[in-house]
Structure formats: C-alpha cells, structure tokens
Design a protein around this ligand. Structure first.
Ligand code: ZN
Length: 239
C-alpha cells in the first residue's frame, strides 16, 4: 500500500478527525511564513518581524507596528488552497470535527470551515483597548496611522503578539477536540512553535498523520508521514 492509499484508508474509516495546522498551510495560498528562512526576515524594516510583532512594540511604536502589519500580515486577496477546501468538505460530511490553526489569515473560514480554533487569533477581529468595541479588518485597512475608536482608544488586532499569552479558553477548546479525536492530521508545521507540540500530546486516538515538508518531532510516532506540499497532498485525498 502506498502512502496515499494508507492516508485514504485511515481517513475513510475515521469518524472524528481533527486537523492541526501551521504556517505551511497558508504558504501555498501565497502568505509568507515570517518564521521561515524565505519568509519575511530579509525585509526593508528597521526591526526584525519578531520585534515589530511584539506586545511591547505595539504599545511603544503603534504607528510603526501598523505600517508593517497592514503590509505584511493582512492578505485579503489570498484564496484557500486544496487543503482548506478539502477540510471544509470533510467537516460538512461530519467526519472532521475541528480545525486547530496557528494561522491568523482566516482562510479556513473563507473555505467554509465552521469550527476553527485560532490559537494565535485572527486578523478579522479587532477591538478597542479602551471600551472593547469590535471592528472588522476593513476598519484597520481603510484608515492610516493608528486606528482609533471614537472613544479615543487604540484599536488592537485580536492576534496573539510575541510576549502575549494565548487565550486560555481557546487552548481549552483545542484540547477538548484533540482529546476526543480518533484521527489527528498535523499539517504545515514542524510542531516547533509553542504550544503546538504540547497540544498534540493530548491526542489519544487511533492514527496520527503528519504532512510537512521537513522532519517534525512527531515523525517517529506517526502512522503516516508525508513530506510534500500540503495542498498537493490534500488534492490527492479521496473520500
Ligand atoms: Zn473605544
């Protein structure tokens, strides 16, 4: 049995699949991974992305943060790829119960997925730090400089910046789904970024499928390992 036959066999006999995805899922939709070598490191900015995208920088250099953020973090024209689309179809069939993602681009929702647990938040949601009023992504794009609420407060993206803790409820929700899954598909992540590896340890089901171009910490424990582009892999999955 080749790797795709095995993949199809596992997924077709599953009833509770959870997908855990990282940056590799979005790179095939043209969204750069700023943590990878060919990502955003060699850019024209005075500070490395990890500095700009930190809580302290947001507070102290809000206008510079937004200059970078609007150009490099918001990709409204990006389209879902085969991975996003197949996962949404699997959910509609009742086989996939949740997508847990480290991405903030909202492409799973754009593809039609409904249960999407965004560990690092999402660019679609923004809120006033003073009064809590919520804003869509258009509000951020359509203004220049620092987006301000009519109350005078600064509007902040609901995205987990460096130096910020993950939302506890979001993490609990991810654990809830991972614990109950019979198949866990991990895709587009080397599981090296906190808290990915820790969350996957809650999985107690039948089969783990790893789809990533490079080796991951879980390769030895996985039932199937595919080292190819995730969009191509999903385009070959039949169910
Ligand atoms: Zn306000």
């Amino acid at each position: 049995m080749n790797v795709y036959e095995k993949l199809n066999q596992i997924i077709s006999s599953a009833s509770n699949v959870v997908f855990f995805g990282g940056a590799g899922v979005s790179t095939e939709s043209g969204i750069p991974d700023f943590r990878s070598a060919d990502g955003l490191y060699n850019t024209e900015y005075k500070y490395p992305p990890e500095t700009i995208l930190s809580h302290d920088f947001f507070i102290s250099h809000t206008a510079e943060f937004y200059e970078f953020y609007r150009k490099k973090m918001i990709f409204l024209r990006a389209e879902p790829n085969a991975c996003h689309i197949k996962l949404a179809e699997l959910e509609k069939k009742g086989i996939l119960k949740a997508v847990v993602t480290q991405n903030i681009d909202g492409l799973h929702q754009k593809a039609g997925s409904e249960i999407v647990i965004e560990l690092h938040g999402g660019v679609a949601r923004n809120y006033c730090m003073a009064c809590g009023k919520k804003y869509g992504v258009e509000f951020i794009i359509e203004c220049s400089g620092v987006p301000l609420c009519p109350c005078g407060g600064v509007v902040k993206p609901d995205v987990v910046l460096y130096g910020e803790a993950l939302d506890e409820n979001t993490v609990s929700e991810a654990i809830h789904y991972i614990k109950r899954a019979d198949v866990l598909i991990v895709g587009g992540t080397s599981l090296g970024v906190y808290p990915a590896a820790g969350l996957c340890r809650y999985f107690n089901g039948n089969a783990t499928i790893l789809i990533n171009k490079t080796r991951t910490y879980f390769d030895d424990d996985a039932d199937v390992v595919v080292r190819e582009n995730i969009g191509e892999v999903f385009s070959k999955i039949i169910f």
